[in-house]
Design a protein around this ligand. Structure first.
Ligand SMILES: Nc1nc2c(ncn2[C@@H]2O[C@H](COP(=O)(O)OP(=O)(O)OP(=O)(O)O)[C@@H](O)[C@H]2O)c(=O)[nH]1
Length: 804
């Protein structure tokens, strides 16, 4: 038996590897990780150190659970601090405890004093993010944080004030409603501004001496003025318990002219508050449609509990990713569940030593990166599978780089060790070049040699995952409203949209209002990875849900809201935002926008993908298309293939801004869906020439059109009438061709062009005319031009595009 490793020692002594590492450090032994091997002498030394510790910590070390021990210690430290007895014991404790201690000490006064209050608040805050306004204003807003104490006392005195820094959604909704009302009332006043304003002024003049119409009870100024940027004077007046007129006056004295309904900026409001001698606190409005708000929310430390790790398996093609996922699923999932049949929902959980691990069921870094690209970082640990008989391959390197880019810890699973040509050492050697050095060679990467096919060493792999998870200290707050990420989503004929969600924080319950990506709804049903209906899903748990009004996409994030109304509003707003965003970035090439793309210099060649019923037609079409060249713009065939246009063609087209031409083939349903989502242009034809013509026409159309002037007719001015408000009307006779209402004109006097412009009216007798032909009389006026004289000649012309 070889040397003992740190994690084995930890396991034997029923404690966390992390604690062992720390203790070792304290006694002067530096292990690089939990995989480090221990000298016998060190084992003894550590045992001694721990037994001393257990003496000094009293009965607490007796606890079996190492985590518990840590917590117990911390709580006891807290207590000790409170009693001011901690200092005697400190020398004995490991470094981390010192840190804890110091921190607790530091925090204890401030924290402890406010904690009761704060905890309640936080609880409320965290568990009710649908109520929107979180404590952000505490962080960002208050320009006067020094005033916190004051605030505390004032808020303590009134229950309502106590809640103020935390804006609830109700308040937020009220606020946005208020804003709308304000806007509409402003508009209203805009329309009826005169009379309303006048009435007010009159009223004030007449009634002021007699006192206000609605006598207001005198109220003290608030101690803190809570405001939002852009508040109106009227709104501020309410907050300040003062008449708006008084504020208008005050501002006037400060040199700021403003009316009651005028919005004031932050600086002015702060100035005004200074005038009144009170402090300000800005309330920052949270945009509920921005999910970052929920994902970046400070956790409520008191609620944090350990959560399962989420693992993604990556590696080169055929190195055994799927086999590993299947083996783990078959041996581990079904094992624990009597008659359990695993469902493919995109993720599943296995239990090892009573601890749960969540595996994402889509192997490969493409899915991993797509998720990341959409802002979803769900993976905690990456397993890089490398076949021992094949070694490090291009996609192995890619996978390593993807994992490194995501800053996710890596475990290497050297697979297929059962194979005759297996050479695990070579794999290790090759991986060192990519920064993955095994523990035995002085590095800190965990390598496990497995055979996914024969289920060999899978337990070891799971144990290592648990070990890394433990070191990572993965925690989540199950008490808040759930947030997380879509793992998979599809449209089902009978059930509608089905999405697999991975809960990342909070607990998801059946029936909750939810916004998923740009869709929303209520969680109608929840099914777990074993196909069982469940009522709730805790952090790191994947569940399949129904009840959404649309189908989200993998990698979309979800947020649960307290009430359906907010969920609907947020969902609808996000859908609108997404449509607008999509509209503004239409960079996909379609035959329609081909010309614009070329004009902006984005394209020098047009990428085309050809799918045909037989290879011969595909090649013929490709050859013909490649011959088209219009003004230096060429066709570039990036892919040809036989068979229906599938999703992969669309993905390729989307990634390379290509147009897909189908000859005698149609797109599959999925391809059609994905093409409309990705805005990929698919053109299908039965006749080769039509396909060529269409492309050629589009390419011709996309070239800069050239125009030439075409004179359509001539008229002579016979009379002129000066009409006030209209200008000069010319009574004319069409001597040649035709003059149209939308013609451009040139006014010629004695052979000299004296004006060029547009008509502003053209009439036959009293009626407006679209055009007047040769031999008829007409009346006309010229836009913004009145210097028309009898015998002037008016030439009508049009700019006509020259066909190439
Ligand atoms: N001998 C042996 N063969 C294995 C082992 N693991 C996987 N294989 C075989 O290797 C081949 C590829 O395995 P997959 O699991 O499909 O590999 P993959 O990495 O998922 O491949 P892609 O999905 O194409 O990326 C299959 O024929 C497996 O049976 C193993 O441990 N030992």
């Amino acid at each position: 038996m070889g040397k003992k490793r740190v994690y084995e020692f930890a396991k034997e002594n029923k404690m966390a590897s992390k604690d062992v590492l720390e203790k070792a450090k304290n006694v002067g032994i530096n292990y690089s990780s939990h995989m480090s091997s221990m000298e016998d002498k060190e084992v003894e030394q550590l045992k001694k150190a721990f037994s001393q510790k257990s003496k000094s910590a009293g009965s607490q070390m007796k606890s079996n659970n190492s985590k518990k021990t840590k917590q117990n210690n911390t709580t006891s430290i807290k207590k000790a601090n409170e009693n001011n007895t901690a200092s005697n014991k400190q020398a004995d404790r490991p470094k981390k405890e010192h840190q804890n201690n110091a921190q607790t000490n530091k925090n204890s006064n401030v924290k402890q004093a406010s904690q009761n209050k704060q905890t309640n608040k936080n609880n409320e805050k965290n568990s009710q993010h649908s109520k929107g306004q979180t404590n952000i204003n505490n962080k960002k807003a208050s320009s006067q944080t020094k005033n916190n104490q004051k605030k505390a006392t004032s808020s303590a005195s009134t229950g309502k004030a106590n809640e103020l820094p935390k804006r609830t959604t109700d308040e937020k909704q009220k606020q946005s409603f208020e804003n709308k009302r304000r806007r509409s009332s402003r508009q209203h006043r805009g329309i009826h501004g005169g009379p309303a304003g006048a009435r007010k002024r009159k009223g004030r003049k007449n009634q002021k001496p007699k006192g206000p119409v609605t006598p207001r009870k005198f109220k003290e100024l608030p101690e803190i003025l809570e405001f939002t940027d852009g508040m109106t004077i009227a709104e501020l007046a309410k907050k300040l318990h003062r008449e708006p007129a008084e504020i208008v006056k005050k501002l006037f004295m400060m040199g700021i002219m403003a009316t009651q309904n005028q919005s004031l900026d932050k600086e002015t409001i702060e100035l005004l508050a200074t005038e009144y001698g009170i402090e300000t606190e800005e309330k920052v409005q949270i945009d509920l449609t921005d999910f970052d708000t929920f994902f970046e929310q400070e956790p409520n430390e008191d609620n944090l509990v350990t959560r399962p790790a989420t693992v993604t398996i990556m590696g080169h093609v055929d190195h055994g990713k799927t086999t590993l996922l299947d083996s783990l699923r078959e041996t581990k999932v079904t094992e624990g569940e009597a008659g359990g049949i695993t469902q493919h929902i995109g993720a599943y959980q296995v239990t090892e030593n009573g601890k749960v691990i969540t595996f994402l069921d889509t192997p490969g870094h493409a899915a991993f990166t797509t998720m990341r690209a959409r802002g979803a970082d769900v993976t905690d640990i990456a397993i890089i599978v490398v076949a021992a008989d094949d070694g490090v391959m291009p996609q192995t390197v890619e996978a390593i780089n993807h994992a490194k880019a995501a800053e996710v810890p890596i475990i290497v699973a050297v697979n297929k060790v059962d194979k005759p040509g297996a050479n695990p050492d070579r794999v290790m050697q090759e991986l060192t070049e990519h920064g993955l050095i095994p523990e035995d060679w002085g590095g800190d990467t965990i390598f496990v040699q497995i055979s996914a096919l024969l289920n060999k060493n899978l337990e070891d792999l799971l144990e290592m995952i648990l070990l890394v998870a433990e070191v990572e200290e993965l925690k989540a707050d199950p008490k808040r409203l759930a947030i997380g990420t879509v793992i998979e989503a599809r449209l089902d004929k009978s059930q509608g949209s089905i999405a697999t969600l991975l809960v990342q924080e909070g607990t998801l319950h059946q029936g909750e209002p939810i916004v998923v990506g740009n869709t929303f709804g209520r969680v109608r049903t929840m099914t777990n990875d074993k196909g069982r209906r469940v009522q709730e899903a805790k952090p790191s748990t994947p569940v399949e849900i129904t009840g959404l009004n649309g189908t989200p996409q993998a990698g979309d994030r979800f947020v649960v809201f307290k009430d359906e109304k907010t969920a609907r509003q947020v969902g609808e707003a996000r859908a609108i935002d997404a449509t607008e965003a999509q509209r503004s970035v239409t960079n996909k090439v379609t035959l329609e926008n081909l010309f614009d793309s070329l004009e902006e210099g984005e394209l020098k060649s047009v990428n085309v993908i050809i799918k045909a019923d037989v290879q011969g037609s595909a090649e013929a079409l490709a050859a013909s298309l490649e011959k088209i060249e219009v003004e230096g713009v060429k066709i570039d065939i990036i892919h040809t293939g036989v068979g229906a246009i599938n999703e992969s063609d669309v993905t390729l087209a989307s990634a390379s801004s290509a147009i897909i031409i189908g000859f005698n083939v149609r797109p599959t349903v999925q391809a059609k869906e994905s093409a409309s989502r990705e805005e990929v242009d698919i053109r299908t034809h039965q006749v080769i020439y039509n396909a060529i013509d269409e492309i050629e026409a589009a390419m011709t159309g996309m070239l800069d059109p050239e125009y030439e002037e075409q004179v359509t007719g001539q008229v002579t001015v016979r009379e002129t009438y000066a009409v006030s408000k209209v200008g000069t009307i010319a009574g004319c006779f069409v001597t040649d061709g035709v003059i149209k209402r939308n013609s451009s004109i040139r006014l010629i006097r004695n052979g000299v062009v004296i004006h060029e412009g547009e008509l502003s009216s053209l009439k036959r007798f009293k009626d407006d005319a679209k055009e007047v032909r040769n031999g008829y009389e007409c009346g006309l006026t010229i836009e913004k031009y009145n210097d028309i004289e009898v015998d002037d000649v008016i030439e009508a012309f049009e700019m006509v595009e020259i066909k190439k």
